[in-house]
Design a protein around this ligand. Structure first.
Ligand SMILES: Nc1nc2c(ncn2[C@@H]2O[C@H](COP(=O)(O)OP(=O)(O)OP(=O)(O)O)[C@@H](O)[C@H]2O)c(=O)[nH]1
Ligand SMILES: [Mg+2]
Ligand SMILES: [Zn+2]
Length: 341
């Protein structure tokens, strides 16, 4: 199992959370006899509510299901086998995942966020304030799971003054690194066609801080769905999230998207230093030419990362972000289970 060396802050937070969870009532497992269940059928998980999930059958029917007790954690996007039980169902097994995105939860356990996804849409906005380190964290997570990443800058209607220059710089930085960056506004319907083109025929997950407008954007793309959108003040000030569970929606012309709850931090404790450097493509390339194989890219002679930094060929912001992520790692060894990729 996991070998953990957590910082004091992480240990304290995990202990607090464990104490709180011990007081919460455990969900009662439902009582059923295997003979009472219908035949095995295939479906996909479209929403996850802790002990229960909603599945979608091939015929497009939605069924609320319990999970068989011995089942490993399941997540939105999973392909599963289920059996009918009265008006409900029981999920009995999960198919191997082609990809999945995971993160350590606030209890320190590694949790999948979504499965069988092709790309993550990292959503940012001028309100709440953008943190480029969070963008980089998502990119590292995506690259380490072979999922592509695109950046969506929402609320372009709120760009004026300093914000214009700030977001132009963010856009340029990530475009030059090869990432697609889309400028949009759910409020004034801007950039939605371009976004739709980028989502076609793929399974995408919208991720980002609470209040950036993930649900608002999806609601605009799918006007027939009824998706809850929250007031920014309550979402950001009180740390409340409007979207509380990940949900999968279909596009009529092909492709799916998953709306996910906003988060403030994306822990990468479960990744290695090598995973992190591989997630910073430009630093990875420079590091190949460093004189020493174990170069820390801090002050060694012959360090191409430092050289590029001095010549301003490497963004100081990205390098800072890289160092910050590296220093936040501990030696947790909890490799994700095998995937098909
Ligand atoms: N001005 C402006 N406001 C927007 C835009 N898109 C969303 N909002 C507002 O931003 C607030 C938050 O929107 P949500 O769609 O709930 O944000 P979210 O990212 O889904 O938040 P969580 O579900 O908490 O993660 C709401 O008040 C929206 O009306 C936009 O393009 N421009
Ligand atoms: Mg939402
Ligand atoms: Zn170096």
């Amino acid at each position: 199992m996991a070998k953990r060396k957590l910082t004091k802050h992480q240990s304290r937070r995990i202990k607090q959370n464990q104490k709180q969870s011990a007081h919460r009532a455990k969900a009662e497992p439902i009582d059923y006899d295997d003979d009472a269940l219908g035949p095995e059928q295939e479906a996909r998980i479209i929403a996850h509510y802790g002990k229960q999930v909603d599945i979608e059958t091939d015929a497009g029917q939605h069924v609320r299901c319990f999970l068989r007790a011995n089942l490993d954690s399941v997540v939105t996007g999973d392909y599963v086998v289920w059996r009918e039980f009265d008006d409900l169902g029981v999920v009995v097994s999960v198919a191997p995942r082609s990809s999945y995105l995971c993160r350590p939860d606030s209890y320190g356990k590694l949790k999948p966020v979504a499965a069988n996804i092709d790309q993550i849409i990292i959503t940012v906005a001028p309100e709440p304030e953008v943190h480029t380190n969070l963008i980089d964290r998502y990119i590292v997570a995506a690259e380490s799971h072979n999922i592509s990443a695109k950046i969506l800058i929402n609320k372009s209607d709120l760009m004026e003054g300093n914000r214009l220059a700030k977001f132009a710089a963010i856009r340029l930085l990530y475009q030059e690194l090869g990432y697609t960056v889309i400028l949009a506004s759910a409020k004034i319907d801007k950039g939605l066609d371009e976004l739709q083109q980028n989502l076609k025929d793929k399974t995408s997950i919208f991720v980002g801080q609470s209040g950036v407008g993930k649900s608002s954007i999806i609601q605009r793309l799918l006007p027939n769905e009824s998706i809850e959108v929250g007031a920014l003040s309550s979402a950001s000030a009180k740390g409340r999230h409007t979207t509380t569970h990940s949900q999968l929606f279909h596009f009529p012309d092909g492709g799916e998207c998953i709306d996910s709850p906003g988060i403030r931090e994306f822990g990468l404790w479960h990744l290695s230093a090598n995973d992190v450097i591989a997630g910073f493509k430009e630093i990875y390339v420079l590091a190949q030419s460093c004189k020493f194989r174990d170069c820390s890219h801090a002050m060694e002679p012959g360090c191409h990362v430092q050289k590029a930094l001095k010549k301003k060929e490497l963004s100081a912001q990205r390098f800072e972000s890289f160092k910050r992520i590296l220093s936040s790692l501990d030696d947790v060894d909890c490799s994700p289970r095998d995937t098909k990729k």
